[in-house]
Ligand binder design. Structure first.
Ligand code: PEP
Ligand code: MN
Length: 340
């Protein structure tokens, strides 16, 4: 962080001001010009309140050089973080050379549906099963998910297939129900639910953090920082499309955020081509693009009967089309030196 002091501020005042800053654990380099002094703060400045500095009567300008996130920052943690869950079968990995595929229906609808889809996606090579039990729906009149019964069915599907399960948590009070859940999804609408993020920081469960509908990359990283600040560093970031002016797709897939995130953070990054496009026919192309962009995996909606799905049928692949996609993706992943 660089702080330019106002012209004419005395050395004495600057010394006092700097001493206060040093109490916050930073070292200060002084550069005294003819009329103005510039301070260079060295060390961890993430906890320094730059807004307060900006209104300080002695300060002319504050420039943040370092990002406001520390634990999520690749600068302080150069090696890739990899999600690697113990399973009885195929390794469930995201990152570290593994292109992790999470697949399953938008929502759990019945025992038959979830077990059938789980078996199909497992056979096709998915490493994780997805399925919503608590659903964040735009309309209160839409299917809201099966709730606890849906969680029980996910656990049954996990027992049948061995696939770890990924499902969305909508509020803190549900956390105690998530004992058997392997990865907790924080949906786009909850990305900045800071109380929820703090609570997940104290959990030992991995978190799949989806980008908010209109959130910047820094906001996504700060959301991850909230979870990490509490001590939980098992986080997977997910680009799931953002709002733009155009409506030919449900959202606009911001693929450029993948290389940008990979540079800024050590956390694994995946793409959700289903919610990003809202159109099943576009999912294969966007999945291939995700691999080319450097993603560590994808989360894809698959339904045994998309036409009659209770949620997001339009963007759901059938088990057959998912299997075909997986065969293609294996080749694309190999080009990038990754395995599925
Ligand atoms: C979902 O994964 O089903 C979902 C609701 O996703 P998002 O939060 O990205 O809209
Ligand atoms: Mn969905």
């Amino acid at each position: 962080m660089i702080i330019a002091m106002k012209p004419g501020v005395s050395r004495e005042e600057i010394k006092k001001f700097a001493a206060e800053l040093e109490k916050q654990g930073v070292k200060i380099d002084f550069s005294h010009g003819a009329s103005q002094t510039v301070l260079g703060l060295v060390g961890d400045t993430s906890a320094i309140n730059d807004e307060a500095l900006r209104v300080n009567r002695l300060v002319e300008k504050v420039i943040r050089v370092q990002e406001p996130y520390k634990k999520a920052n690749r600068l302080f943690h150069p090696a890739d973080t990899v999600l690697d869950l113990p399973t009885t079968g195929k390794r469930a990995m995201i990152g570290g050379g593994a292109f992790g595929v999470i697949a399953g229906p938008c929502s759990v609808e019945s025992r038959e549906q979830i077990v059938l889809v789980a078996s199909a996606v497992k056979k096709a090579g998915a490493a994780f099963l997805r399925g919503g039990a608590f659903k964040p729906r735009t309309s209160p009149y839409s299917f809201q998910g099966m709730g606890c019964a849906g969680l029980d069915l996910l656990v049954e599907a996990k027992k049948e297939t061995g696939l770890p399960i990924v499902t969305e948590l909508m509020e803190i009070s549900q956390l105690e129900l998530f004992e058997d859940v392997d990865v907790i999804q924080v949906g786009a609408r909850n990305m900045q639910n800071f109380n929820l993020l703090k609570e997940l920081g104290h959990s030992r469960k991995p978190v799949l953090l989806k980008r908010g509908l209109a959130s910047t990359m820094t906001e996504l990283l700060m959301a991850a920082e909230y979870v990490m600040a509490g001590g939980n560093d098992r986080i997977v970031l997910c680009e799931r499309g953002i709002r733009s002016f155009d409506s030919f797709t449900r959202n606009t897939l911001d693929l450029a955020i993948i290389p940008a995130l990979k540079k800024k953070t050590h956390l694994p990054v995946i793409v959700d081509p289903s919610h990003a496009t809202g159109i099943a026919a576009m999912v294969p192309a966007m999945s291939k693009a995700a691999i080319a962009a450097g993603a560590d995996g994808i989360i894809v909606e698959v339904h045994n009967d998309p036409e009659h799905a209770l949620c997001d049928g339009e963007q759901s692949l059938t088990p057959d089309s998912f299997s075909e996609l997986m065969n293609t993706l294996r080749k694309y992943a190999a080009i990038e030196g990754k395995t599925i």
